[in-house]
Design a protein around this ligand. Structure first.
Ligand code: ADP
Ligand code: MG
Length: 350
């Protein structure tokens, strides 16, 4: 039973960076405006994330790490919509099966913070002889999640990891991408004990500004802003929220991509679908082919692309390991976005 849970958890949590991605999404879902990450040994020894979001109610702590426990159901009208959006209540459960996990959390309504320890999906005592109940402690509004000794009980996962510096680089990459996508949130990422953070942002005006800050001047000065959308599903005067079949045809996209003056050795592609960082080799290929018309051979762009579609039309489970995503009308939408980028690029060269 516990071995099966562990294997299942390992399918969701592959490495420290994939755990961190889930934790970042949770903090952002909790409407945090400040997110601080501390790392030891590439996240294998310690992965800690602190946010100033809404916190977790004490009453919810006993079931927090149970599979399929999610507080995000109420946002969506049905479960199929929920699961396709990626809210499955599996992240914390999975972490608790492959690492030591503790939570310190405080809601605005609480007078103190609560600390709880988890293992294999349930609350556990912090020390032998103690009870597993959450203990009161000092703390700010928000949540601190501490993950220690990742994969201590899953040697195959552990042995598949790279060096701690490589794992750290992946963590930094994930934080950087979420920081770009959430310019109004301040992010900090540092190695535990190090006085200077590797990454530190304060709220900026927009995504373009965040790219300039995080990816540097040479990209920043060549950025083109592209928007594209389609709103075919009924007019705003009509309530179409209740399962209108046309819903899935409404979408919008925003891109920041470099002009042909910028030439990199490989494409840097940041793709967010409904605010989740995902991968799509087909969309990436489509955009690269637009650029192949304006860039010399062997030169590649930087592209940030955020697409919003009806959550019911997204399937993120095609390839759990890679977070490859597919969605309804993907080809049409990709073509429209490619066209919009192409037009911007052509406009540039005149
Ligand atoms: P999901 O995000 O799919 O709901 P998770 O396992 O990631 O599932 O998280 C389980 C639940 O724990 C969330 O639904 C949320 O209620 C709560 N939670 C997790 N992290 C935070 C956080 N940083 N702030 C507030 N609530 C959180
Ligand atoms: Mg989550």
């Amino acid at each position: 039973e516990s071995l099966i849970n562990r294997i299942a958890a390992g399918e969701i949590i592959h490495r420290p960076a994939s755990a961190l991605k889930e934790l970042l999404e949770n903090s952002l879902d909790a409407r945090a405006t400040s997110i601080r990450v501390a790392i030891k040994d590439g996240g294998m020894k310690l992965l800690q994330i602190q946010d100033n979001g809404c916190g977790i109610r004490k009453a919810d702590l006993p079931i927090l790490a149970e599979r399929f426990t999610t507080s995000k159901l109420k946002t969506f009208s049905d479960l199929s919509r929920l699961t396709t959006y990626g809210f499955r209540g599996e992240a914390l459960a999975s972490v608790s099966h492959v690492a030591h996990m503790s939570v310190v959390t405080k809601t605005k309504a609480d007078t103190c913070a609560w600390k709880a320890y988890y293992s294999e999906g349930v609350l556990v005592p912090p020390k032998a002889g103690q009870t597993p109940d959450p203990k009161p402690c000092a703390g700010n509004d928000g949540t601190i999640i501490t993950i220690e000794d990742m994969f201590y009980n899953t040697p195959t996962r552990l042995s598949a990891l790279r060096s701690s510096s490589e794992e750290y680089a992946r963590i930094l990459d994930v934080v950087t991408k979420y920081a770009v996508h959430n310019p109004k949130v301040s992010f900090l990422c540092r190695k535990a004990g190090s006085p200077t953070p590797e990454l530190s942002t304060s709220a900026t005006s927009d995504v373009g500004q965040a790219i300039r800050l995080l990816y540097g001047h040479s990209i920043g000065k060549e950025l083109l802003h592209v928007e594209s959308s389609c709103r075919t599903g009924g007019s705003s005067s009509r309530d179409t929220s209740a399962g209108d079949p046309d819903d899935s045809e409404r979408w919008s996209a925003e891109a920041y991509c470099t002009s042909p003056n910028y030439q990199a050795k490989k494409t840097v592609f940041l793709l967010f679908i409904n605010h989740r960082l995902v991968e799509s080799s087909s969309i990436k290929r489509a955009i690269e082919s637009v650029y192949s018309g304006v860039l010399p051979k062997g030169a590649f762009p930087f592209v940030y692309l955020s697409i919003e579609v009806d959550p019911r039309s997204v399937d993120v489970n095609v390839h759990p390991t890679k977070r490859e995503v597919i969605f309804l009308n993907e080809e049409v939408i990709t073509e429209r976005i490619s066209d919009a980028i192409q037009q911007k690029l052509v406009g540039q060269s005149h």
